[in-house]
Write a new protein. Structure first.
Length: 281
């Protein structure tokens, strides 16, 4: 087996692991309970109208794709993990909209060059392991003058810190893979997209999460619903001390980002970066 063949096989195995990870747990339920408003925020920021052709990259169960379709746009939702589409189709039917669902790797999208007015991703493309390859694909499939819109967790916000907390317990990342929360850094995204974009608008905002009564509830929920957390706990399942240590570290992290006073419910603030730009003509 030559080096090129080995690299292709290694990438195929890596993507299979990613697909299995996101298919575990119940990400659609988590997104519906906590992240619902973010898709609509991204759609508004991208200026999507009934005249827009839209590609939602790493769309999951359609948290942004469905609101785009509700604007009357022609929408394609693409994801590496088609197991997530079933929940998306049900939700789209409930809302009375239609869109196309297409299995696709964010680093090798199965679409023509310059095929969409808007190319967006809500907490999705950031998890593609090779950032430059994914960024190049976002630009390739967007028409000149079209919009690229991204909503990503920041490195120093709660989810970014969660991944940093989990890193010492995780296996070494594959060669060339970069941390997902880097997409929440404006400088990183600008570097990835380079001089191929213009009219950049970028701002950090926070999502208020009120789904947990106490920090321990967050840990239990993410251990059963969120693919990356499920995968990590499976990896260390044979070491009880590590499991306890990770439980403790995540509980303390949630507590440090939470806020509760007296009878006030426990609330967390999760920071994200909202980034839009035009593809250069």
């Amino acid at each position: 087996m030559n080096d090129q063949t080995q690299a292709v096989e290694a990438d195929r195995e890596l993507k299979q692991k990613h697909r299995a990870m996101w298919a575990s747990g119940d990400y659609p339920a988590l997104a519906d309970e906590m992240l619902l408003e973010l898709g609509a925020i991204l759609v508004e920021a991208c200026g999507i109208t009934s005249r827009s052709s839209v590609l939602d990259v790493a769309a999951g169960s359609g948290n942004a794709a469905i609101p785009a379709a509700m604007m009357g746009a022609k929408v394609v939702a693409s994801d590496l993990t088609p197991e997530l589409f079933e929940a998306g189709r049900r939700e789209a039917a409930n809302r009375g909209v239609q869109l196309d669902w297409k299995e696709g790797d964010a680093e090798a999208l199965p679409f023509d060059d310059a095929g969409f007015d808007v190319v967006m991703s809500c907490l999705g493309v950031m998890f593609a392991p090779h950032h430059q390859a994914a960024a190049d694909e976002l630009v390739r499939v967007c028409r000149p003058g079209g919009t690229i819109g991204l909503l990503s967790w920041t490195p120093h916000g709660f989810i970014g810190r969660m991944f940093a907390t989990m890193k010492p317990f995780a296996p070494p990342p594959p060669p060339g893979a970069q941390p997902a929360p880097l997409w929440g850094s404006e400088d990183h995204v600008r570097e990835l997209l380079g001089d191929r974009i213009s009219d950049i608008h970028s701002r950090k905002q926070t999502l208020a999460v009120r789904s947990f009564h106490q920090p321990e509830d967050f840990v239990r929920y993410f251990k059963s619903h969120y693919g990356p957390t499920i995968s990590l706990y499976k990896f260390i399942a044979g070491d009880g001390d590590k499991v306890k240590a990770l439980d403790k570290a995540l509980t303390e992290l949630a507590e440090s980002f939470g806020d509760a006073h007296g009878d006030t419910p426990f609330q967390m603030e999760w920071e994200y970066l909202l980034f839009t730009a035009k593809k250069a003509k």
